[in-house]
Design a binder for this molecule. Structure first.
Ligand code: KG4
Ligand code: ZN
Length: 336
């Protein structure tokens, strides 16, 4: 069964054709990052406008690369929540227009569920149940994936998402948006013990995260030094900050795996591309005899192939929308 998938929740306009939830036939991603970089972050109104301009060409290219026409497809899956509302609406309305024109059903897909599904595209043997750490620019969750469309939140961030914390720390260090990937690269040559940074815990909620104090701690270090006319070694600062964020993520995830007797852990979301997170999770899971799955780095960020994968499982579970489908800026992954 072939699904056309559309993603427009943030600053990437993407389309893909995916077969049976597991095989990418084509995948096209048009990134707006160079334009948002000028402003140090995503400007929602610009994002919506660029999606409007790109979506027709991106969808056509995905179909062309897959050598598919609409007769070869069984459904159109689209990201409908959570994300920037104006951006989401472009994808949702385009999918509804295509549905009206072709008679194909529309399958609404939750953005974080699709990040998890990026793993199904890389690991044919992976099936629920498993414990998943989903870490992106907007969310940081530990989720029990009981089935393809049944999820339970075990822990989540109380303030900033991990990606957001990486981006804000990186921006203060003078790196371009999105800074997470730059900070990660710079940290590789730094000393992670050079600066003492906190590992915040949420009292009474052992699986929840809190990154805003950690982010403020590193920003204060930088500002205090600059007030004295000093500058701090950016490699060491990046390495110390990255280690602190990754420690929080791995500590809570491993604790949840132990408490819930999980023998499989899955990583997902943009931050799952982080070099230290991948390295440390591999080591910790190896020590505990837990199987670890991570998406290929090329599928960690936003793309439509993952929407085609999750869309397949949503379709099988009867999750099909009509033309009254709306987009939502927030939505729990449990409701999906
Ligand atoms: O999942 P994603 O592409 O978009 C959202 O759904 O938010 O995640 C983007 C986030 C950004 O904050 C970006 O800086 C972060 O993922 N990111 C990284 C790395 N690559 C991307 N953070 C740390 N290390 C990386 N290598
Ligand atoms: Zn994302």
């Amino acid at each position: 069964m072939k699904i056309l998938a559309i993603e427009s929740s943030c600053d990437e306009t993407a389309a893909a054709v995916v077969e049976d939830g597991r095989r990418i036939i084509s995948s096209v991603v048009a990134s707006q990052v160079d334009e948002h970089k000028l402003y140090g972050g995503v400007v929602p109104e610009i994002a919506s406008r660029r999606h409007c301009e790109s979506i027709v060409a991106v969808v056509d290219e995905a179909l062309e690369k897959a050598k598919c026409s609409y007769e070869d497809l069984q459904a159109i899956s689209v990201t409908y929540a959570p994300g920037l509302i104006g951006a989401l609406l472009v994808g949702v309305n385009y999918a509804k227009g295509l549905s009206l024109a072709t008679g194909l059903p529309v399958v609404p897909v939750h953005h974080l569920r699709s990040h998890i599904a990026s793993n199904y595209l890389c690991h044919p043997e992976l099936e629920p149940p498993f414990l998943c750490l989903v870490v992106s620019g907007g969310h940081s969750h530990i989720v029990m994936v009981e089935d393809y469309t049944k999820m339970k939140i075990i822990g989540k961030t109380r303030d900033d998402a991990a990606g957001e914390a990486f981006d804000k720390a990186a921006r203060t260090m003078g790196m371009p948006y999105p800074g997470g990937i730059h900070l990660d690269a710079v940290a590789e040559s730094g000393d992670e013990n050079a600066f003492k940074l906190p590992r915040p815990v949420v009292q009474g909620s052992p699986y929840d995260f809190s990154f805003s104090g950690l982010k403020t701690a590193v920003i204060n270090l930088i500002h205090n030094a600059s007030q004295k006319g000093e500058s701090l070694p950016v490699e060491d600062l990046s390495a110390s900050f990255r280690k602190a964020v990754v420690d929080c993520l791995t500590d809570n995830t491993m604790k949840a795996a132990c408490d819930f007797s999980a023998n499989t852990i899955v990583l997902a979301g943009g931050v799952s591309a982080n070099t230290l997170l991948r390295r440390n999770m591999l080591k910790l899971c190896d020590e505990k005899g837990i199987k670890l799955y991570m998406p290929d780095k090329s599928l960690c960020g936003d793309n439509a192939a993952m929407v085609g994968s999750q869309g397949y499982y949503e379709y099988l579970s009867g999750n099909v929308a009509d033309l009254s489908l709306n987009a939502y800026a927030t939505m729990s992954i449990e409701k999906g």
